[in-house]
Design a protein around this ligand. Sequence first.
Ligand code: SAJ
Length: 406
Amino acid sequence: MPRELQKVIVMGLGYIGLPTASMLATKGHQVLGVDINHKAVDTINSGRIHIVEPDLDVLVRSAVNSGNLKASLQPEEGDTFIIAVPTPFKEENGNPKAPDLSHVEAATRAIAPYLREDNLVILESTSPVGTTEAIARIIASERPELQGKVHTAHCPERVLPGQILRELVDNDRIIGGTTKAAVAKAKALYKTFCNGAILETDSRTAELSKLVENAFRDVNIAYANELSVICDRLGINVWETIALANRHPRVNILQPGPGVGGHCVAVDPWFIVASAPDESRLIRTAREVNDAKPEWVIEKVKKKAHRFREPVIGCLGLTFKANIDDLRESPAMEIAHTLTCMGIGQILLCDPNVTQERSPMPLYGLKEVLDRSDILVLLVDHDEFREIDPQVIKDKVVIDTKGVLR
Ligand code: SAJ
């Protein structure tokens, strides 16, 4: 193998691990992807994918066909180990939003027996400050003879679901090492596929930078969501207000909606709050403002529903954001589910991006929902909903949480 080409072990073959593993493989590295899900391992080894992301199927197929990408339930020895496993919440000491590092710890223990002197271990999972150092401590306790001889770094993933492959190549990349040598090694690896700038720092700063990016987005969206509630009280159109304010050269307010979902923006700010609870007042409040938005939408629907004897209520959209099929932590789903359980009328759900087998509740076609509903609740700004003819819905009560049916 040429010097810059390595054997890379990628722990976790989800939305980040699989694109990263396939990208490295198509650049010539020899990659072993490891996952605890044997179905995912089998699917990838047959050149197919188990998640939805534009163009990922083509990349994985070519990576597997080249012989450079293999998936397995077990790690092996290699040069670099990348950890890309989930970091969800857990309940701890009365805090329901404490970071759950059990997957990161398990992945570290799983690779420990295979580590050799001069190996590099990269944490890509979004993690609370200090996690990379904790990984180094686990390695030191599992392999005391390697103490100080294995490099560790945090290289947070920053790609946007729906645009992962483009952003993996084009985005700037932060590399935070526990030592300078770790940074240099990680940089050499990422340079083989990343066209963006490589920004060098220490591991703790890298960890916080990643959390801060998503918390910034969350605070900005909370501002937009709070404005939407204020505007509703005052009878003013929030989207027009924000569009006008954003014409100021130094103002850039994001868009309000039914709440904030997904597994990043609605999660990561809590990792900052958990590590500095007394100091994170604004970040915590933003989370609370965004988490309260679904309930506000539900109350609005309830008030409108009281005008009808047996209203038919059409909910448009279930995913956590537009033009994807991902239902994780979706505020639209939360609203649709609560409305269905409340029994205030017949609820018709519609999402052109979600198949019936993936939906926990029955789905209806868009035309039927538009025809039959007395009340329409738009929850996701999918392209299909932007094309709804205003004439078709002119006699309906419309609650438009994304401002697309104007
Ligand atoms: N949302 C709004 N209003 C907006 C923008 C978004 O209500 O103006 C909502 C969305 O509908 C969704 C939620 O916020 O429910 C999150 O969506 P998103 O598109 O803001 O972000 P994610 O979760 O898909 O991806 C984010 C990205 N982070 C930033 O843009 C700072 C991505 O770059 C990260 O890599 C990703 O989190 C991650 O993995 O951390």
